[in-house]
Design a binder for this molecule. Sequence first.
Ligand code: CP
Length: 306
Amino acid sequence: MNERPQHILGIEPTNALPIPLILDKARDYRAFFSRHSHCHDLEGVLVVNAFFENSTRTKSSFDIAAKRLGADVVSFGSSGSSISKGESLYDTLQTLDAMAPDCLVMRHRCSGAAEYASRHVRAHVLNAGDGTHEHPTQALLDAMTLIDEFGSLEGKTIGIVGDIAHSRVARSNMHLLPLLGAKVLVCSPPTLMPREWDISGVERVSSLTELLERCDAVMTLRLQLERMQSGLVPSFNEYHRHYALRQPVVSRFPQLKVLHPGPVNYGVEIDYELANGPQSLIRKQVANGVFIRMACLWLLCTSANV
Ligand code: CP
């Protein structure tokens, strides 16, 4: 039996999460919800979705996941809260905690914010993306989607291209995918590669062509302009020419699967035809996100044996 985690703050440190169990549970929920619309697994559980930074996919899928499992759900963002009147994150967390939620799902622009919250609330904290640090449920849904496609990640090579330095999705995937047996290749302009390189099982390659030739699947990332200190790419046109997944290039590798965590900027990091074509797994990623979030909420908020 695994130990049930108190919080889900990231994929790192290794062994903090029962990853096979989360993936199995997500697949169980997917099978169940293909035949049903609701269940009672989280009946009596109060989930607060606190999104201090914008989100479409993550926020709506956490809402749907919690509601379909029978939880009571309260959602809010900074613009509709007293943060806009100057209330601190600490006071906001204390206020929410006084209402005794069982789980606080939290997104914040600052790296480490979820870990900070976990030290100041009694609720389980589930990191829905913190700055450039981690986005664990995104990596888990990416892994689930890739395993659906390939059966297993053992011996597979997965490429990640784009703004590696500012991407919490890349960071979580660089930790998770090697744990599941995959080799990870990364490619980005030098200005968008992290300065410190500390993740085993991840190799940097210098050209997109080499990455495409060696990979079974490739994930491209949005340029995180809101997290850049200054212009780190000379122009979008130049970025597109050297680092974008372009339809005429990627279609030369018809077996290659294409992922993107969203939101997508067409014509910058990926072409519209490719993102919406037969090689794309983007819609499957979004669909799997609901079941991964169900599994994570179940793991934190129920007392079922793990
Ligand atoms: N992938 C992702 O985190 O998307 P959102 O910002 O829309 O939640």
